[in-house]
Unconditional design. Sequence first.
Length: 464
Amino acid sequence: MFHSRNSDNLEGTPVVFNGVMFITSANDAFALDARTGRAIWHYSRPVTEGLIDDASSHHNRGVAIWKSRLYIETDNAHLLCLDVRSGHLLWDVPYAQGNKNYGATGAPLVVKDQVLVGTSGGDDGVRGFIAAFDPATGAERWRTWTIPGPGEFGSESWPGDMYLRGGATTWMPGTFDPELNTIYWGTSNAAPDFDGSVRPGDDLYTACVLALNADTGKLKWYFQFTPHDLFDYDAVETAVLIDAPYQGAPRKLLVEANRNGFLYVLDRTNGKFLSASPFVKKLNWAKGIDANGRPIRSGLEPSESGTRICPDMTGATNWFSPSYNPDTHLLYVMALESCQLFYLKPQQFTEGREFYATGVKQVPGEHGQKILMALDPESGKLVWEYPQIGSGNSWGGTMTTAGGLVFFGDDAEAFEAVDARGGKPLWHFNTGQQMHASHMSYAVEGKQYVAIASGSDVFTFALP
């Protein structure tokens, strides 16, 4: 176990390279002996004052590595390059300027010879983007804006200077398909979150998955899960890439359990919509999904007096990892059954303030429940579920193994393993702290380990 002194809520997933584990905490990075947890080096940078919303919590979700260099994003959206052997700072590049509501909470993504980054602030009136940097020098290679500017396709949703405030931030890293040379990156909600009157139409490219050319950042195709989002249904959930038979033919699939409560299957070569199925019972914002992949809206919207809407603002799932097992052909998702009262109060944008146009409250007498679900992507059906005991506040992801296990952080502050085929509980360890992180597995000298961050600590377990 490794204890971090400057955070009580770690959200990063460890990365292990050549027997060394790299973890982050706020603006700090640590290199540990992956067998013992002994600290090798520690890079420290003060947290930034004056940030708002998610950035002000100084969360950080991990590192990226390229050759002998390590990369982290800071709370105020700087990309840092460290020497992987010593932790010495090699360069520091600010990449989100012009609006102090920008921040960063994610992990960089190395794709070939580029380092890709995004920002937080989708609820705070910023314009989202994905940027790629030279890993040796820090020079910017390309930048793809996720809110169209004046005259561009989709700009009709953003009158005046609203395109500068529209959200669609990219606060979780995407997924790369080297065979198709394509990056799949999810975007956040539209801003202001609960007031759609100032952003008419679909509000591209919010609540989307974007397919980008990995060399240029040029948009190949997009799919919007929640057009004209009024519920803060970000689409930054991990896009899982699966090569598998689908309806009798081999397909290259993109599968996503979305925050809006539907499990989507797309053809990732062209973005063609294949299917969508609800995976939670508490879902009333839409009646279903039509043949083109668009939601059939129920008509419920945030209101001055409050409207009960399901899923709640945190979503039927969120940024914590799902996982797919090619042996069981199942996708494992930590889901939340919950509703909230959504309120609307129009708001003018002010730099240095959040831009929600009001917010949500719990429904009196109701509480949420976390459920570990095993879903069949082809049929969209629930195969088994493992309901959780707790307050519905855990944010632990899932990980499945070739040995037929599913590891996950449960809602009672325990790290658990269940059987991947039927969900039978097999093992648990009470960390005594809530999990807001996704875990990973690695091997050193032929021995396999599993690691997860919980509270202010990283726990590592060795398999027999």
